[in-house]
Design a protein around this ligand. Structure first.
Ligand code: ZN
Length: 100
């Protein structure tokens, strides 16, 4: 879910941002990071990967949907290569699975 929102911010920035990404430019620029931060995502400027688990408005929305944050201490993260956000698979896991 984090990745989905991350990609939507890219879409927002390309369509409505003041500083959309152009070829050869930093992909996750200041405007992108600031928009993400306002939503609770914490991408690293330039690189794009997330520095910590999403919180703020994103976490509130997830909780309203009944999705609890992943327990990162268990470190059961599925290998996903070098995606921009390693947390999303855990966020996307069915909440029912953990209630069994
Ligand atoms: Zn990105």
């Amino acid at each position: 879910m984090e990745t989905l929102l991350h990609e939507q911010v890219h879409l927002w920035q390309q369509n409505f941002g003041k500083d959309p990404v152009k070829p050869g430019r930093v992909y996750h620029n200041k405007e992108f990071v600031e928009k993400c931060e306002s939503l609770g995502l914490h991408p690293k400027i330039g690189e794009g990967y997330h520095l910590k688990l999403a919180d703020g408005p994103f976490e509130i929305l997830m909780r309203e949907l009944g999705i609890t944050p992943p327990d990162l201490s268990s470190n059961r993260r599925t290998s996903t290569g070098t995606g921009s956000s390693g947390c999303w698979i855990l966020w996307a896991r069915s909440p029912r699975a953990s209630r069994r």
